[in-house]
Ligand binder design. Structure first.
Ligand code: SIN
Length: 193
């Protein structure tokens, strides 16, 4: 199983420069709808973080008057978050990032991060970046009981589709990767009720 073969390592966050942009880690919509050109795509994880529906979406999966909930990374020292790492063509990184900056403009910023991937020779690490929605950003929703999150998701829709489809598409993509994410699965179960 993918997640058993990695060695412990601390997650490092640092200031991001465009030259770090060759690897991008996606943990939300970037898993199931990358819509970016890339050279290579690999299952990967970041240590010290967990995926949470703690960010409002007013531009993709909700509206300003009825926001949806999308994922961000919450610190979790003993956990890790699985997703997909995309390697960009070096000469294209800046323009791809510029496009992603627009797509992720609802409160996300670039964050430098160490990404761990499975390669033929075992675990491989690479410096890369991800889009993170920090607490305090203008769309930060924060924690809430799962029932409350589910009713907000069920009610929200935006230009990119329904918020429920975002959750289900993410869940399906994680299942395909063989990743068990209890937070995502709990929300899917509530939406099905
Ligand atoms: C990501 O996919 O990595 C960022 C969050 C999102 O757009 O859902």
């Amino acid at each position: 199983m993918l997640r058993k073969s990695f060695h412990p390592a601390a997650v490092q966050s640092r200031v991001v420069t465009p030259t770090d942009a060759c690897w991008i880690f996606g943990y939300g919509s970037l898993i199931f709808r990358p819509a970016i050109p890339f050279v290579e795509r690999r299952p990967a994880r970041v240590r010290g973080w967990t995926r949470r529906f703690w960010q409002w979406s007013t531009d993709h999966r909700g509206q300003p008057w009825r926001p949806g909930r999308v994922v961000t990374l919450a610190p979790a020292p003993d956990d890790c978050c699985w997703g997909i790492a995309y390697r960009l063509e070096e000469g294209e990184a800046e323009s791809v990032l510029a496009g992603l900056d627009v797509r992720e403009c609802g409160g996300y910023v670039r964050m430098g991060i160490e990404i761990e991937m499975n390669g033929e020779a075992g675990a491989e690490r690479a410096a890369g970046l991800t889009y993170q929605a920090w607490p305090g950003n203008r769309n930060y929703a924060g924690p809430a009981p799962i029932d409350e999150i589910a009713s907000q998701v069920a009610a929200a829709t935006g230009p990119s589709g329904t918020n429920a489809d975002y959750v289900r598409d993410l869940d399906a993509a994680l299942n395909t990767l063989g990743v068990a994410d209890t937070h995502v699965a709990a929300l899917v179960a509530k939406l099905g009720e």
